[in-house]
Write a protein that binds this ligand. Structure first.
Ligand SMILES: Cc1ncc(COP(=O)(O)O)c(C=O)c1O
Length: 433
């Protein structure tokens, strides 16, 4: 039966499933008068470059994450670079990480003279596939960079076992997974060190900022030595580090602006409630998608594990269940309904010229290969999940409030398009004739 105008797809001239959206459901970050007062107090005190408030923020973040040490940075990239140095990554060492993530998960390795090696993803979680990691381990492998992709905890038990077996250090990039739990422990507190971004669009947002977390005093001290020269005298006990104190070993300072620290201190108190609301919203959306062919909200479903702030929720897409309709066409039709749809924001990194070709320091060869004992570059097709995942997964609505009517309307739009995939395919075939 041909649907009436109300039921017809908007992309084919029908009425939109989502007539109006209260955009506040997507507003982020949510700063309250309490945040503003705390930030203004720092400005009024003239203490933007001090670190008294930052110390309080770090203590609160360490307590929330269940770790001994937290160290703040101006951004996540700086925290990741410090984490790599802190676990002892050196010139010529290899670090294995996922081929599909934000570039900063692995790019800092090049600044240390270390070599990034890419492994493939688990197609369900979109985090590192431990079997792919195992296949990439070589004699110079020293560390694994685990990314908890868009808030989904990675397979830490398997990855930590692999690390123990091969004497590797484990760094966690928690930039999109603040507050995600893995079997009862906070992501970031499972490996040797965790590092994360707190820029404005992250689940835990303070404008711009980053944080390093660890239980290990030696890792903490190396991180302090790397970029927090102002704390060398107070925090370094290792005689070797104390001997060169006063100038950051990384050559660049890593102090966080205290306006952001003040914001973070307040946000830490609000964060558990925010996660509860986001989780309720996304679970409601998942229920709304129940039974819709071809689409499924990715979630973690085991005791003690959670999706934290969900970051950008990931929707798995199965074109075969929709007559082969490509994801991009499905997405255009969802967007035409007035609903939220977006492709995954990342690109496979292993084929990017930055990692394949760029000679950043004038060595006459790709920087990534300087000091390498083997050619770690990958060819097209070597990491199939990373290379094709953008055709099989996308981002669902980034709900920040659990507003039932709004969420139901969005789910209805996705359902409407999925249930009329054949109409879209027929319209395409007719246009091609
Ligand atoms: C997974 C991941 N790692 C690292 C970063 C880098 O953080 P920043 O932008 O704060 O430097 C980001 C985000 O920007 C990210 O999403």
């Amino acid at each position: 039966m041909t649907p009436g105008r109300a039921g017809r797809l908007a992309v084919l001239g029908g009425e939109r499933a989502v007539a109006t959206t209260d955009r506040r459901i997507f507003d982020w970050p949510q700063w309250t008068p309490e945040h503003r007062e705390a930030m203004l107090a720092v400005i009024d005190s003239g203490g933007t470059s001090e670190w008294d408030v930052t110390l309080q923020f770090e203590a609160a973040w360490a307590a929330y994450n269940g770790v001994e040490y937290a160290l703040a940075y101006p951004n996540g990239t700086a925290a990741l670079q410090a984490a790599m140095f802190a676990v002892g990554l050196q010139r010529g060492d290899e670090i294995i990480g996922p081929a599909f993530t934000y570039w900063a998960s692995l790019s800092p390795a090049l600044t240390l003279g270390a070599i990034s090696v890419f492994a493939d993803l688990d197609p369900e979680s979109l985090c590192l596939d431990p079997r792919s990691v195992a296949a990439k381990i070589g004699p110079r492998t020293r560390a694994i960079m685990v990314v908890h992709y868009n808030a989904h905890p990675a397979a830490m038990d398997e990855l930590l076992a692999l690390a123990r077996q091969h004497d590797l250090r484990v760094i966690e990039d928690v930039s999109r997974a603040q507050g995600s739990l893995y079997r009862g422990t906070m992501c970031g507190a499972l490996g040797d060190v965790g590092a994360l971004s707190m820029m404005a669009r992250k689940s835990f947002a303070i404008g711009e900022g980053g944080m390093l977390v660890t239980r290990d005093r030696a890792v903490y001290e190396r991180a302090v030595a790397w970029s927090h020269y102002e704390r060398h005298d107070s925090d370094l006990t290792d005689p070797a580090l104390r001997a060169i104190s006063g100038i950051p070993l990384g050559g660049v300072k890593g102090r966080l602006n205290q306006v952001a620290a003040a914001c973070g201190l307040v946000e830490t108190r609000h964060y558990p409630a925010r996660l509860r609301e986001i989780d309720a919203a996304l679970r409601r959306f998942a229920e709304g998608l129940a039974g819709v062919p071809g689409v499924r909200l990715r979630a973690v479903d085991e005791p003690g594990s959670s999706m934290g702030g969900w970051y950008y929720p990931v929707v798995h897409y199965e074109a075969a269940a929709l007559g082969g309709l490509p994801l991009a066409e499905f997405g255009r039709a969802v967007a035409a309904e007035g609903a939220w749809w977006a492709p995954l924001p990342d690109r496979p990194l292993h084929r990017h010229p930055f990692f394949q070709q760029a000679d950043i320091y004038g060595d006459g060869q790709p920087t990534r290969l300087v000091g390498a004992t083997r050619d770690v570059r990958d060819a097209d097709g070597d990491l199939p999940v990373s290379e094709t995942i953008r055709e099989r997964a996308c981002m669902g609505p980034w709900f920040k409030h659990d507003w039932a009517d709004q969420i139901a309307a969005q789910a209805t739009a996705w359902r409407k398009v999925a249930e009329q995939a054949d109409t879209l395919l027929a319209a395409r075939a007719a246009a091609a004739d």
